[in-house]
Design a protein around this ligand. Structure first.
Ligand SMILES: Cc1cc2nc3c(=O)[nH]c(=O)nc-3n(C[C@H](O)[C@H](O)[C@H](O)COP(=O)(O)OP(=O)(O)OC[C@H]3O[C@@H](n4cnc5c(N)ncnc54)[C@H](O)[C@@H]3O)c2cc1C
Length: 459
């Protein structure tokens, strides 16, 4: 008999998961708290654009919809670093053809909903807020925001894909013994700002780059939108000398932007209005365990692993959850006990790893991308990797362009590489001899001395 699936949340992951499940013949009902953004024309929530990379593409390819999304994606081939004096420097993200892609959050979410709607076996319900999951009866309760009516939906499988502040997860936390839960807010928050398009939709900064204004304890980034505008995000501590709390008046904000981001400020005519109209939002990491319950309920996407955005991987990781789950359904032939057991055992270490990598990347983006020694280290790594691709894949490339390498493996390998690079960067005169044979040989020697689990597992 055809199994019923209830998915809580029609965000990025819930919408994609519904397509995966429908294509396998499940009867899928998706319940979303908000109104249908395709008709209500409401804002799709925080962060207007997102970076999509290879793990995310793989998730979309798995159900044959990558091309649909590619048509609304802008490739970014590297970071464009903006210094205080207005000068810029381009740092490629990887090899020449490698890029991450800027996609509108609303655009991709609406496209995924459209594609879900086109599946014979998917039904989407809006303004239905999950309030509770009854484990014993396999029932999810929803309150309709408009009619205030409550419905109880019983199904064979339940997926909680209702984001970082998941009601599904909370329900499991309240009703499961020994449920592990940890949430951590970093001291910085973010605010979205805007650089409008120039005349005739012209891009006023380099179109195919992710722009960064690294300033030590804070930074601003900008990603291109297809209408020629850029969405900027200011990441800055809530408290302290340079912080949201120190930016209370129009004069303070104007002075701060003119001093710190003069080239961007000149392109932001509505800066002061935007700054005071848009909220300062917080950034949280959520880790929890288990992710599955009674062989019938599972958490997926941010509901299972919310991470800070500095590696641009939250959505990518959630899409990868769908890929792994789909593979396990094949492997275990619909035996949900085995599927869920392996799903959470595989994904939990990877979710934890990308959460930690994302925290570490904040320091790298806001601080080190403007630092000469760090840039030299990246140059040495890139040169070595080009010459010995089987011996060295830079950490960024493992995370972003290597979906066959698990996040947990990338984290381990990245730590091994960092230890090697610390020794290399400590060599006398490294600035002068960085591209010499001596350095190359020293790297080869250090690599031989430390065991790479990644290279061992690839053999
Ligand atoms: C500033 C910022 C920048 C980011 N940049 C990137 C990036 O560049 N690349 C990247 O890969 N990731 C990025 N992310 C992370 C990415 O946004 C998330 O990982 C992704 O949205 C997770 O998808 P999801 O479907 O799990 O959750 P969400 O997209 O949050 O969707 C959850 C859905 O559930 C609904 N919902 C919530 N509660 C209920 C309820 N009680 N009942 C019913 N429905 C409910 C919500 O309305 C929503 O539609 C960024 C995040 C932030 C905050």
């Amino acid at each position: 008999m055809q199994k019923n699936v209830t998915i809580v949340g029609a965000g990025l992951v819930g919408s994609l998961l519904s397509i995966y499940m429908a294509k396998r013949g499940y009867k899928v009902s998706v319940f979303e708290r908000r109104a249908d953004m395709r008709t209500a024309r409401i804002s799709a929530g925080k962060s207007i654009n997102l970076a999509l990379s290879d793990r995310g593409w793989r998730g979309l390819e798995g159900v044959g919809i990558a091309e649909e999304i590619r048509s609304i994606a802008i490739p970014m081939y590297g970071r464009s670093i903006h210094h205080r004096d207005g000068s810029t420097a381009f740092q490629p993200y990887g090899k020449k053809e490698q890029a991450i892609y800027s996609v509108s959050r609303a655009g991709i979410n609406m496209k995924l909903m459209d594609l879900a709607d086109q599946q014979e076996h998917v039904r989407l319900f809006f303004e239905e807020r999950c309030t509770h999951i009854d484990r014993k009866n396999q029932t999810v309760s929803f309150d309709n925001d408009k009619t205030k009516a409550t419905t109880h939906i019983q199904s064979d499988l339940i997926f909680g894909s209702d984001g970082a502040f998941s009601a599904s997860r909370l329900s499991m936390q309240l009703t499961s013994d020994r449920f592990e839960y940890n949430q951590h807010y970093i001291g910085a928050g973010y605010k979205e700002l805007h650089i409008p398009a120039g005349e005739n939709g012209a891009f006023r900064l380099e179109k195919n780059a992710l722009h960064i204004w690294p300033r030590g304890s804070f930074m601003m980034i900008a990603l291109p939108n297809s209408d020629g505008s850029f969405t900027c995000t200011l990441f800055i501590p809530f408290e302290g000398e340079k912080s949201f709390s120190a930016l209370r008046t129009k004069e303070q904000v104007k002075k701060f932007f003119e001093e710190e981001f003069p080239d961007a400020a000149a392109l932001m005519p509505a800066l002061l209005d935007d700054f005071f109209a848009n909220p300062a939002a917080s950034l949280v990491t959520v880790k929890c365990w288990p992710w599955t319950f009674d062989d019938r309920i599972a958490l997926i996407g941010d509901a299972a692993h919310a991470i800070v955005p500095f590696y641009g991987q939250g959505m990518n990781c959630g899409f990868e959850d769908c890929v792994v789950l789909n593979r396990l359904i094949d492997k275990h032939k619909e035996n949900w006990k085995d599927i869920f057991a392996e799903y959470q055992n595989l994904r939990k270490p990877d979710g934890d790893a990308i959460a930690d990598l994302a925290i570490a990347n904040f320091a790298e983006m806001r601080d080190k991308t403007g630092d000469a020694k760090f840039l030299l280290q990246k140059k040495i790594e890139a040169r070595f990797s080009e010459k010995y691709p089987d011996k060295w894949i830079p950490l960024y490339s493992m995370v972003t362009y290597s979906p066959d390498i698990r996040y947990s493996m990338a984290l381990k390998e990245g730590m091994r590489q960092e230890a090697i690079m610390n020794q290399i960067m400590g060599i006398h005169n490294i600035e002068k001899i960085w591209d010499s044979e001596t350095i190359e040989n020293e790297m080869l020697r250090l690599i031989q001395d430390s065991v790479s689990e990644l290279l061992v597992s690839a053999q």
